[in-house]
Write a protein of this length. Structure first.
Length: 271
């Protein structure tokens, strides 16, 4: 594990990719984009989840694996909530030129529609399809804005979500940012989890992360929301994978990916 001089754990060096990552293949590939973002290419159907490729208001520790303007096309972009490390307006303005549709919560969809994006809002537990891939919204608890005295509205649970994504090669769960919910411990067994890994009390936190990991002992955990933003003073952007690895069942399934590195999705056989 590598660390910055200020003590932040950081991932391996970025592995850049280009248009070749979006071509038709005979399996499903996942690439971490840094922060909470992922690219899924499932047999030529391309989906990004929470892409943050430019325009963030804090310095990054990593190089982006692809520039937004180099993305050739996307069947869909999925956004879990409004925070600008998940709903990056500058990133999505560029991606909107090559993206067929955006899917998110009803509140965030209204904001995206104001930008002119082809956005569809959904309720928690709603299901929809993207070129044969099934997606379902899962619940999240992340309304930290309600603690702020200058908030512009009262945020609701349904303004935040995760996504359950069913591909021909296995199921992916992207829980989004959330405090631990009982429902998180009663999910079907996924074949990969985009594992929200942060020390913040508005995230799973280390104890919650260990609990979820051990409820699904055979599921690969693709760590995200760590090692990307230069903010040693903010728990939201920090987490040391070594601490998680020491405490989970089957620690070899914890994947500390480099941004842009390929993970090939395979069915675990666990029900």
């Amino acid at each position: 594990m590598n660390f910055t001089p200020s003590g932040q754990a950081v991932p391996p060096a970025t592995q850049p990719f280009g248009a070749e990552a979006f071509t038709t293949i005979n399996h499903t590939e996942i690439r971490w984009l840094g922060s909470a973002g992922f690219l899924i290419n499932s047999r030529g159907v391309n989906i990004m989840v929470d892409p943050l490729l430019l325009g963030f208001d804090m310095p990054h520790l990593i190089e982006m694996p692809i520039a937004a303007e180099n993305v050739p096309f996307l069947d869909a972009v999925l956004i879990t909530h409004v925070d600008n490390d998940h709903y990056s307006v500058p990133t999505n303005r560029i991606l909107s030129k090559v993206t067929k549709e955006f899917h998110t919560t009803n509140y965030v969809a209204l904001l995206m529609q104001e930008e002119g994006f082809k956005a569809f809002g959904h309720n928690i537990h709603d299901e929809f399809g993207i070129a044969g891939i099934r997606v379902k919204l899962t619940p999240a608890d992340h309304a930290w804005q309600n603690m702020m005295p200058d908030r512009t509205r009262e945020f609701k649970m349904e303004d935040y979500c995760g996504f359950w994504i069913e591909t021909p090669d296995g199921n992916i769960w992207a829980p989004g940012d959330s405090r631990l919910l009982n429902e998180h411990l009663q999910m079907p067994h996924a074949d990969a989890i985009f594992f929200d890994f942060s020390d913040s009390s508005w995230h799973f936190g280390l104890e919650g992360a260990v609990k979820i990991a051990n409820v699904y002992p055979n599921t690969p955990l693709l760590l995200c929301h760590w090692g990307s933003v230069d903010a040693p003073h903010m728990k939201e952007f920090n987490g040391n994978p070594e601490e998680l690895i020491k405490r989970v069942v089957n620690p070899e399934r914890v994947f500390v990916l480099a941004p842009g590195e390929v993970f090939t999705l395979k069915k675990t056989g666990t029900k």
